[in-house]
Design a protein around this ligand. Structure first.
Ligand code: 13P
Ligand code: SF4
Length: 285
């Protein structure tokens, strides 16, 4: 009898115990392969809400697991790699927001989903990169404080010139490292390719894009442009995912050395297996 691989053990254990594995698209390909549901942070939390199970394991960073728990408070939500944090999510805290609100009662505080749950309790509204423009547009207030990402904030601000925005001076250090030169070099290497980017990138990079959107939006855009090559301007997991699923298409990673989020790569098959075993053991008593 051949011995099972770690991936096979994970798949058999999660099925036996009725545990569902959710993985953000930035996760390593071997984690994506054993997951039940993959997608962006908002899609994962929405999908979890509809699941008929009592326990989910989230492969991603802390704010993603917290968001899943917020929409599914009755479920046990476990983060596969508990040390995995988003480098942007803690750039602003609840105390700073409470003080800002006390001093500026006429300003609506809009928090990006990439924030802690503690901060969200102080914010007036929470948005994702795909919903930010629509939700800010509908707010019946002229002044908005957008936290913590100044790049997504300035993208929303440019789309809504009728509103007054105050932007927190935060950013994702991974996407913020991109430059217009990176894009020009990639376009020179792949002159027929379209260019897509996450709105956490700086404005000079966003200005060169054919499409700007969150992870799910980028994937949908690429799948709809079946006859086009595409340069992918976001974390390497997205280009890995597309290239593995559609090997005959031309997907090219922009600035590969810059676009690796170390926290999103903390989850390994070993750590997922350990978390699954511990969670399954707790579930049984
Ligand atoms: P999504 O909302 O696209 O999942 O993005 C999460 C993230 O961490 C972006 O860097
Ligand atoms: Fe946070 Fe940036 Fe990593 Fe996304 S890529 S999880 S925003 S640090």
């Amino acid at each position: 009898m051949t011995s099972q691989t770690k991936a096979e053990k994970i798949i058999s254990e999660k099925k036996k115990r009725g545990i569902v594995i959710l993985a953000h698209t930035y996760q390593m390909p071997e984690i994506i392969d054993v997951a039940d549901i993959t997608g962006d942070s908002f899609k994962l939390s929405q999908a979890a809400e509809k699941l008929d199970c009592d326990t989910v394991i989230v492969c991603g960073v802390r704010f993603m697991a917290e968001t899943v728990k917020m929409l599914s408070p009755e479920k046990r939500v476990i983060l596969a790699a508990p040390e995995a944090k988003c480098a942007m999510a803690e750039q602003v805290g609840p105390k700073e927001i409470a003080e800002f609100k006390a001093a500026n009662p006429d300003v609506t505080v809009c928090a990006y989903i990439n924030t802690t749950s503690a901060l969200k309790t102080e914010a007036d509204v929470c948005v994702t990169s795909s919903s930010a423009v629509n939700i800010c547009k509908k707010l019946n207030t002229a002044k908005i404080l957008f936290v913590p990402d100044k790049n997504l904030g300035s993208f929303v601000k440019n789309a809504l010139p009728e509103k007054e925005f105050i932007l927190w001076d935060g950013c994702c250090p991974i996407h913020n490292a991109l430059t217009a030169e990176d894009v020009k070099a990639a376009k020179a290497a792949h002159p027929d390719a379209l260019f897509v980017v996450h709105p956490e990138a700086p404005a000079e990079v966003v200005a060169l894009a054919d499409y700007v959107g969150a992870t799910s939006g980028i994937i949908d855009f690429c799948l709809n442009k079946t006859d086009k090559e595409v340069i992918i301007g976001t974390e390497v997991g997205v280009c890995d995912y597309l290239s593995q699923k559609y090997p005959d298409r031309g997907f090219y990673q922009l600035a590969a050395d810059k676009l690796i989020c170390p926290d999103m790569k903390f989850t390994t098959l070993d750590c997922l297996w350990r978390r699954l075993r511990v969670t399954a053991a707790r579930k049984s008593f």
